[in-house]
Design a protein around this ligand. Structure first.
Ligand code: GP9
Length: 409
């Protein structure tokens, strides 16, 4: 019954931090475009291959907004779907399987539902089969109004490769669709081209492939470079469109592209040994928030995908009355940075705790003693509590939480 929510509510209250009030409502009433970049990791930002930048456009664009350089993905087996789950619920995905498949029948009170009450239209845009990751079912549970999938795009053979519709065409069709949407809207666009095995038609290769011992990593450089070019075309078109003045654009990486099986090659490229610390730091994905009233600045704040929902709600000035969320406003001045990955590892402002070992977050030096003990404990506790919500379908008792709160007063 609703009492099962009490441990979660107590835990969340205890960890609560106030959002940054200076950012509250700076984007009130605006559209939100979330742009999910497939398999895009932070290590590609401001990096070169044979003297050529991998993401020349993004490198410049990040100077125009709030760029978060210590932002981690928190996904596990559910990959892109886990990132969506984290974003829309501010809950963790599961340790095994994908909540999009196993818990699509749960009751949720996700971002689309909350924004719907504020008059927002919510849409997902992704030119893959409707049923992939069970999205057609889960998007209903999350309260999305529309889902534009493969069948809604002009997917022809000449515009497709590998996983399907090439990003450049996906972007231009998606912008057309968004221009027709009722405003304000909340839209999530999910790209596809920069996906394993990272292949491209010859005429779309803008740089040479890499020369490490991993063909996967070597090709990844090319698909990342392609994606950046497609992004350029999208953002330039978007800036010319009527949407620009009324929209916050949030660009982020969904998860890693290069798995730990390619550590050696990654070490060759980065010129260092990839130990547990480095492997953990490679789980950072870019996050850029662009819009009027958002100061261009690099934020070194430690955070993760779980923090996006509260950050967005604060920017929009929306009072999100779902209390069961584990994230915190990324602009908050009171954060301690605690960011937990699905493996039970964590980063905070001072340390990175990986596989029971503690490292100094800045230097990567091993730290002996108990410095990380509390972090590991909190990571475990937080994941267990989040799991109890998902496994127990506990959000179905949310309507009764007001009552719980009253009783506890
Ligand atoms: C599939 C796309 C990629 O539709 O979102 O999913 P991934 O394999 O990265 O989870």
């Amino acid at each position: 019954d609703s009492n099962e929510l009490v441990p979660a509510l107590n835990y969340i209250n205890e960890k609560d931090v106030d959002p940054n009030s200076e950012m509250t409502g700076v984007a009130e009433g605006k559209n939100v475009i979330l742009l999910s970049l497939e398999s895009t990791q932070t290590f590609v930002v401001d990096r070169e291959l044979n003297g050529k930048e991998l993401t020349p456009y993004f490198n410049d664009l990040k100077e125009e907004g709030a760029y978060f350089s210590n932002f981690y993905h928190q996904v596990k087996q559910g990959r892109t779907s886990d990132s969506e789950f984290l974003l829309d619920n501010s809950l963790y995905g599961l340790n095994r399987g994908a909540a999009f498949f196993t818990h699509a029948g749960n009751e949720y009170e996700a971002t689309p539902e909350v924004l719907g009450e504020e008059g927002y239209t919510s849409v997902n845009m992704h030119a893959n089969d409707q049923t992939f990751w069970n999205r057609n079912v889960m998007y209903d549970s999350l309260g999305y109004d529309e889902y534009y999938s493969k069948e809604d795009y002009d997917v022809t053979e000449d515009k497709s490769y590998g996983w399907g519709y090439l990003d450049e065409y996906f972007f231009s069709d998606s912008l057309d669709k968004m221009e027709e949407l009722e405003q304000p809207f909340y839209s999530k666009m999910i790209t596809l081209t920069n996906h394993y095995p990272f292949t491209l038609p010859e005429d779309k290769k803008l740089i040479e492939e890499g020369n490490t011992s991993s063909g996967t990593l070597n090709r990844y450089f090319q698909t990342i470079r392609y994606q950046d070019e497609a992004l350029k075309q999208f953002v330039e078109d978007f800036k010319r469109s009527d949407l620009y003045d009324d929209t916050v654009l949030i660009i982020y990486g969904d998860h890693f592209g290069i798995s730990e099986n390619h550590q050696e090659a990654m070490g060759e490229y980065l010129g260092k040994d990839i130990n547990d610390y480095e492997q953990f730091q490679l789980q950072r994905v870019p996050l850029l928030i662009l819009g009027e009233g958002i100061e261009p600045k690099e934020h070194e704040t430690v955070g993760g995908q779980i923090d996006l929902r509260p950050t967005i709600m604060n920017l929009l000035g929306v009072d999100d009355d779902n209390p069961v969320q584990f994230g915190h406003d990324l602009f908050s001045k009171d954060r301690n940075g605690m960011t937990i990955t699905r493996d039970g590892n964590f980063a905070n402002e001072d340390y990175v705790g990986v596989n029971e070992t503690c490292f100094d977050r800045e230097t990567g030096e091993k730290v002996v003693g108990e410095a990380c003990a509390e972090g590991f404990k909190q990571a475990q506790e937080e994941l267990e509590i989040s799991d109890s919500i998902v496994y127990g379908d506990l959000l179905r008792y949310l309507d009764e939480t007001e009552m719980i709160k009253q009783e506890r007063k």
